[in-house]
Design a protein around this ligand. Sequence first.
Ligand code: RB5
Length: 159
Amino acid sequence: MSETGDLTGLRVALASDHAGYPLKESLRESLKPTGCILQDFGTFSREPVDYPDIACRVAEAVASGEYDFGVLVCGTGIGMSIAANKIPGIRAAACSDTYSARMARAHNNANILCLGSRVVGEGLAYDIAMVFLATSFESHSRHEKRVEKIAALERRMRT
Ligand code: RB5
């Protein structure tokens, strides 16, 4: 992460289900000063919604290249990650600590971070998101070949 927490120009799609709604709202505000371009894909109230519907919207927006990263919040982060990972090209990681968030980017080239509002508080969620968004993939390393093998698995599933 840059010392200043500068994420200027990074395009980030943010969304939650009803359980994640308060944390999503908090993240939208706390991430604003970083300079990233944040698009809120909902949900916009505590009215129950189904997390696969939300995950799919963000995952498709990231897979299409319209956004650099997605941040999805549900109660645990798990449902969102399972659903988002069904979209080809998506590598979604549910993280509840900064080390996992850093490795999800550096080693796995994850493009969606999933957070659990019933698992992490606002402060930790912000730190996790900052680390995730600011960490680069270690390309031209042994990890590139492994991530390429994930893409190969996706291609195999489609044939
Ligand atoms: C909603 O109650 C909860 O099941 C959902 O937010 C999520 O945690 C699912 O993985």
